[in-house]
Design a protein around this ligand. Structure first.
Ligand SMILES: [Zn+2]
Length: 443
């Protein structure tokens, strides 16, 4: 630390947090000073934003009277985890056995999502979903609602009550699904514009145009997506692409004039900054180049890809093309709300693909890398001055097994790797949003 201690006052500080801090300044694979670690640090906040990250022993005596102090000495504190792709209506159907993507959608997903026509049910699951996020140290998610506008109201209402940073949208689907879940291009446009007016940029909320995936969208529906992005240029767009080989073949039949699955979205103007595509497993060179040129991002969903047997994401290829990649749970095809468990599976996916995921890169993908994927790194993702103070307090000794393992782990790298391989929600001691503690283990 090069900052010289000076008296703080109530104008610059209302909250201080003590512990060991780790945050990223860049991609560890690119080199340079990619992270900062402060063994006994003090994070000084004012109105929920970061003012300074300094050495605690030098600064602790300078805190002004009335400062709220959270003492997490001995715990590891990181920026809140960011989940770049998930489905809140699928919370209840997580771990449904035995099928690949297209049958799984028909058998489990569609009937489950039908229940979100009722606002009460949507409210109940939105509340559960937000609590589960916080219990797992996740402070921002990019979320698919269901086809029903009220399901979007439910998740934004709950998130905004908690002051969570959230990206969400109404699923758009007008074909190749049961009648009870279909909208039309006209109803989609009407519902989306009303939802955008109601929720986009309200507090920490961002609206995402959310075509389920190309097979569920007619050309007219995809045109509506492009029109919404033209009319509201700061919107998000989220969808799925190239997850499963049967799906890829189906898209080729439905859109024979398009070069590839990704090209369908490209044709309708749906690639660009703030567009986030889940999976991106079965892409080719030209697809990756197009994603790179347009600034579209990838949500890497390892537990989901293994669970549905979809394939292995190629992280090295994404790196070669300088693509933005964030980690994602993809609940309910993903098998855990925990981004720690998700990182463990990401490591194994890379191993199966003959690649290696370092622990630093893994935690980058769950924090700053995910924020960059969502183009939110000016607000969240690390502890730079002025950032919104969303953070997670990790207990690396939460399990007896971890106590034994950590006793053998001498370096930061080794401790982080053991944390991501052995950790889960039991390791989350507390989760703070805009400086406020919204979850505390055992409360
Ligand atoms: Zn998904």
């Amino acid at each position: 630390m090069t900052v010289v201690p000076m008296p703080l006052d109530n104008e610059t500080c209302d909250t201080a947090v003590r512990g060991s801090f780790l945050h990223f300044l860049g991609d560890p694979d690119v080199g340079g000073d990619s992270y900062e670690y402060v063994e006994d640090g003090l994070l000084i906040l004012k109105q929920g934003r970061v003012r300074m990250l300094v050495d605690a022993p030098e600064w602790i005596d300078f805190l002004p009277d009335g400062t709220a102090l959270y003492d997490y000495s001995g715990r590891l504190i990181m920026p809140g985890f960011i989940d770049t792709h998930t489905h809140y209506p699928q919370s209840e159907m997580i771990a449904s056995h035995g099928l690949q993507l297209l049958d799984w959608l028909e058998r489990y997903t569609f009937p489950t999502e039908a229940r979100f026509a009722e606002r009460d049910h949507a409210d109940e699951i939105a509340d559960f979903f937000c609590r589960e996020m916080l219990r797992n140290g996740t402070t921002t998610s990019a979320v698919f609602a269901s086809v029903h506008a009220q399901s979007v109201d439910a998740i934004f209402a709950r998130a905004s009550a908690l002051d969570l940073c959230l990206v969400a949208g109404k699923v758009m689907m007008d074909r190749n699904a049961p009648d009870y879940l279909l909208d039309t291009p006209a109803s989609s446009y009407r519902d989306c514009t009303a939802l955008i007016e109601r929720w986009h940029l309200l507090g920490r909320g961002y609206y995402a145009v959310t075509p389920r995936f190309a097979p569920c969208c007619s050309p007219a529906q995809l045109e509506v997506c492009g029109r919404l992005l033209d009319e509201y240029p700061d919107l998000y767009l989220q969808s799925h692409v190239a997850e499963n080989l049967d799906e890829v073949r189906w898209v080729a039949k439905l859109f024979p004039e398009r070069r590839s699955y990704l090209d369908v979205y490209d044709y309708y103007g749906l690639l660009g900054p703030r567009s986030v595509y889940a999976h991106c497993i079965h892409l080719d060179q030209a697809d990756r180049e197009r994603m790179s040129e347009t600034g579209a991002a990838i949500a890497f969903c390892p537990t989901s890809n293994l669970f549905l047997g979809s394939g292995l994401f190629d992280l090295d290829a994404a790196r070669e093309h300088n693509l933005r990649v964030g980690i994602a749970t993809d609940v309910g095809a993903g098998t855990s709300f925990s981004l720690l468990q998700t990182l463990a599976e990401a490591y194994k996916v890379c191993q199966l693909a003959g690649q290696s995921l370092s622990p630093l890169k893994a935690f980058y993908l769950a924090t700053l890398g995910a924020a960059e994927s969502l183009y939110l790194d000016h607000r969240i993702g690390n502890f730079e001055v002025g950032k919104e103070a969303d953070f997670v307090v990790l207990d690396l000794h939460a399990r007896e097994l971890m106590q034994h393992r950590m006793a053998q782990a001498v370096s930061l790298d080794q401790r982080l790797f053991a944390l991501m391989m052995l950790g889960d929600d039991r390791c989350i001691q507390a989760t703070h949003v805009m400086g406020r503690r919204l979850y505390s283990r055992g409360d």
